[in-house]
Design a protein around this ligand. Sequence first.
Ligand SMILES: Nc1ncnc2c1ncn2[C@@H]1O[C@H](COP(=O)(O)OP(=O)(O)OP(=O)(O)O)[C@@H](O)[C@H]1O
Length: 299
Amino acid sequence: MIKANNLCKEFDGSLAVDGITLSVEKGSIFGLLGSNGAGKTTLLKMLAGIYKPDTGEVRINNEPVFENVHRKQKMIFLADSLFFYPNTTIQQAAQFYQSMYSLWSEERFVALQNVFQIDPKKKIHRLSKGMQRQVAFWLTLSTMPDVLILDEPLDGLDAVMRKKIKNLLIQDVAEREMTILISSHNLREVEDVCDNVGIMHDGKMIIEKDLDDLKSDVHKIQVAFKQEVPPSFLKKLPVLYKEVRGSVHLYIVRGKVEEITNHVRAFKPAIFDILPLTLEEIFIYEMRDVGYEIENIIV
Ligand SMILES: Nc1ncnc2c1ncn2[C@@H]1O[C@H](COP(=O)(O)OP(=O)(O)OP(=O)(O)O)[C@@H](O)[C@H]1O
């Protein structure tokens, strides 16, 4: 289990991460979402023990992470921009990883060649950007980490390879209880694989929830009344967003289906529909609620 307590990190006098407390269960997949510059990479680097928090601490299975070689031999951080030593072949990189990571599996490395189908004698820097990312996953998954931290991991990969890698990740979670933290702007992908999600904005975690609970907590409703909207209708509805389309009023509201339905039906609407939101819609409306919204920009 990963536990972070009141993490703060400041750069040049401003807080990139501002008091984040987080716990991630063993064998789960946590998706970290947020606006650009929200502090996701900074948070992930503290969780990976790369950055020392200014305040707070990160512990994995009750061990501190920062400057803990023993812990870091079993976990891996895959950054959004990759680094390989110049002129290194995949085979040489594999030897290096083997010497660094205590759970390295040669058997897995050989088996994964069938998935990636790249000649291990190839020099990594001569491969295409997407192929280099495949090599990064090939090496990473061969280290058999118990904790895998991924920053924008699937960028630059084709759709087939993305699917293959997602399957491999899910297989490792199911078979060996690997724990994954993944930051991504691809909300469809996060929705596919994550059990829990956190949304960051301006250094803070504005929401952290089980994905199913998050989705069952926000809904889109469409209502129309024969007369004007009754004044007390909105009083008990926690509305995140509203829009009028002719006689139909669209609301994005927080709350459980049953509570919202009972509330709306009590006002005897002429039309009433309640629909679930996608993660992308939830993200956009929650960000709007903290003042980060889509504007009609014409330049
Ligand atoms: N090494 C650094 N030195 C100075 N400032 C930094 C450093 N790393 C991050 N920052 C600042 O901290 C803030 C958070 O950056 P971070 O990279 O963590 O955001 P992010 O959520 O990962 O963004 P994105 O989605 O755009 O990748 C930004 O204002 C950034 O400029």
